[in-house]
Design a protein around this ligand. Structure first.
Ligand code: WTA
Length: 673
């Protein structure tokens, strides 16, 4: 790698950013990067020195095997050390850093009039009290706690409370259906569920407790009865919401199992000695879609995740102590875990915690929040940018966005048009855009610009973070040098990479390591250009990225075929101007069943119920037959082209019955959107 020469349009960091930046220019990045690969021991040791260790490590900073042919895959960071991540992100700041009075979160509710401030001192005391409540409910080190909550401060308290007592948190995004919640509770065998009575998302009232109850009933029906207690938060903002709409919410109650948060917290002590955990003890499970349809419980461990989220946050957002940082993700996803909770708190940062949606109660909501809190670093998703672009510049012009210094995106490739709008309109051409590529599995950013150091090319996640060694392989597993395109893989671990799939190490090895022994396979295609910049070319497995959420086609197909009239279903991606990709579903019905709008609506409802609103099909098309090879494999390439109305289908000779394609094209216009 060399300092990139300007080839095509590049965007250089503004001069004033260089001055105080942790990595002030590209040559400094190169020096540090080289050192992180050549001497990882010293590099990571220095990072670990920032933190408190009850017992030091007794082995090297990183040990691993990435080659399935040589034995089990494993990654270990700082084996032998004992620590507690909650202590490191809270007590350490309050006790040693004097940050007790510093704001940890500005919480902003669904409506602008609902907001509150939480200092580091308060965060510590609430988390300790919640930890004591969980202990009282019988939660012990190693037990799993499922958390199904909206973006409220109690969600952060609960996550940190688990971390404090060594319980493994499993946060389930509160947009998931009762079926998905049940599946995740059962897989983790959680003993406690933490939820809320309900939440407003925009105008819509969602009865979370009712969904939770349904999920718990389903668990029992399926023979699992692991959840003994359910802790329920009475969501303040709901109670203060004006009159009638609030009364609509009936909270079902099981007095044997359910406990109100307020009551339990009121006599709970704020003193809670942290549980000193092994560096490699699990910290959390977070489920992500798997290409077979069943979600995978990605497991992250204490020490490595702490080091990695700390360091990526510090460098990628060039964290300075006066910053007000805002990540718009939900804590139900990895971005929220790493870059709303652990990374910012490990640095002692002040963040905005936002419960609402970008367009409620008006389309300038994001800009209003940036002005209100004088946000300096703003991290969001391309899908949100594309949505807000549609409203033009006017909503922004009403607000003062001059506090902004650095912008960031995550979750999906950003199209150049959205990048340009983010950079020029939101950032006034003065704020670098860090396009961060990473995954639930990677724990933190792996390909990313550093804001004061990396000349930017719109749409490229640019270069590897410290300690990360990407490469590109061809179909035969051979590394391709220079300008090339193929499978994006990593040659060695960094501290924050996942350790296993919960209780299914074999699936972990098969998914990420079997295809190319010696490498972690991301499942994404990658391209390296002539300047060495990396570009993500999209998933190469049967995964879809809808509004930055990964969904597996198999998962949606499985939901569709649960309908008694459906004999077969195939789901493909179709480009969407706001969501990036959308779901186009082909369904074959059983004999004598009629396909009509009612049927399509039923199918959409079914998918919503089984997975959640994020998986709602955008199009459903009747498919009397699906295009298959002679061996019976569905040719998804052809379905994708039909969905996109691309008539030039190329070679159809492998199809068992090419006439199927004509029929599908002729019925295309009847697809129900
Ligand atoms: C995609 C989200 C292009 C990619 C943190 C990856 C991206 C998947 C980017 C992981 C980016 C994420 N550019 N594609 N900057 N960031 N992706 O697990 O396909 O929800 O594999 O983690 O999102 O999604 P996940």
């Amino acid at each position: 790698m060399v300092v990139p020469e300007s080839q095509g349009k590049m965007y250089h960091p503004p001069l004033e950013l260089h001055r105080d930046a942790h990595v002030p220019d590209f040559s400094s990045y190169l020096v540090m990067y080289k050192r992180s690969l050549e001497n990882p021991e010293a590099f990571w040791k220095e990072v670990a020195d920032e933190f408190f260790w009850k017992k030091p490590a007794t082995s090297p900073m990183l040990q691993y095997n990435f080659d399935v042919t040589k034995g089990n895959i494993f990654v270990k960071c700082m084996e032998g050390a004992k620590t507690n991540i909650c202590y490191n992100v809270l007590d350490r700041h309050v006790r040693e850093g004097n940050l007790g009075e510093k704001v940890a979160y500005y919480w902003e509710g669904n409506l602008p009039e609902h907001h509150t401030t939480i200092t580091y001192g308060q965060l510590l005391s609430h988390s300790c009290r919640c930890a004591n409540v969980l202990k009282q409910m019988g939660v012990k080190k190693g037990d799993r706690v499922s958390i199904y909550l909206p973006m409220i401060p109690e969600l952060v308290y609960t996550v940190l409370a688990c971390a404090r007592i060594g319980a493994v948190h499993s946060v389930v995004f509160a947009g998931f259906s009762s079926e998905s919640l049940c599946e995740r509770i059962m897989d983790a065998k959680s003993s406690v569920l933490v939820t809320a009575d309900g939440v407003y998302r925009g105008d819509k009232l969602i009865n979370l407790k009712e969904i939770s109850d349904e999920a718990l009933e389903k668990c029992v029906e399926k023979g699992a009865s692991s959840v003994a207690r359910c802790l329920v938060i009475k969501h303040q903002a709901l109670r203060t919401k004006t009159g009638a709409s609030c009364n609509r919410l009936q909270t079902p109650w099981d007095s044997e199992r359910d406990v109100w948060w307020d009551e339990a917290m009121s006599d709970s002590s704020e003193e809670c000695e942290p549980e000193w955990l092994d560096a490699e003890d699990p910290l959390f499970i977070l489920y992500t879609s798997g290409s077979t349809g069943k979600p995978k419980g990605v497991v992250h461990t204490v020490a490595g995740y702490l080091l990695y989220t700390f360091l990526t946050f510090k460098y990628v957002f060039d964290y300075q102590h006066h910053d007000v940082y805002w990540c718009t993700a939900d804590i139900g996803w990895i971005t929220g875990h790493s870059y709303i909770i652990y990374g910012p708190l490990a640095n002692g940062a002040t963040s905005v915690l936002f419960e609402g949606i970008p367009v409620h109660p008006h389309v300038g909501r994001f800009w209003e929040i940036i002005e209100r809190y004088k946000v300096t670093k703003f991290y969001t998703a391309p899908t949100a940018i594309r949505l807000l672009m549609k409203y033009g510049q006017e909503p922004l012009q009403k607000y003062d966005l001059s506090s902004l210094r650095i912008l960031g995106t995550v979750g999906e490739p950003i199209n150049p048009e959205a990048w340009q709008w983010f950079y020029e309109v939101v950032g006034q051409s003065m704020c670098p855009v860090v396009d961060t590529f990473w995954q639930t599995e990677t724990g933190g950013h792996v390909l990313t610009p550093l804001p004061a150091a990396t000349p930017l090319k719109p749409g490229s996640a640019t270069f590897p973070f410290f300690g990360v060694e990407p490469t590109i392989l061809n179909e035969h597993g051979e590394e391709v040098e220079g300008e090339a395109e193929g499978y994006l893989v990593f040659r060695k671990p960094w501290p924050g990479i996942m350790r296993t799939v919960y209780e299914n190490h074999e699936r972990f090895e098969n998914t990420y390591f079997k295809k190319f022994p010696g490498f972690y396979v991301t499942g994404d295609g990658g391209r390296r250009d002539k300047d060495g910049y990396f570009w993500i070319t999209g998933r190469i497995d049967d995964m879809l990225n809808v509004s930055g959420h990964l969904l597996s086609t198999a998962e949606v197909e499985a939901a569709l075929t649960l309908h008694p009239a459906v004999s077969e279903a195939a789901v493909v991606s179709r480009p969407h101007t706001v969501k990036g990709e959308s779901l186009y579903c082909f369904v074959s019905l059983k004999d004598c069943k009629e396909f009509d709008k009612k049927m399509a609506d039923e199918l959409k409802r079914l998918v919503r119920e089984k997975i959640g609103p994020i998986a709602t099909p955008d199009f459903i098309q009747n498919a009397p037959a699906l295009p298959k090879t002679r061996s019976g494999k569905i040719m998804r390439r052809i379905l994708r082209q039909i969905a996109r109305n691309e008539k030039d289908l190329g070679d159809l000779s492998t199809l068992a019955d090419p006439k199927v394609v004509e029929v599908l094209f002729s019925q295309r216009s009847e697809a129900t959107a």
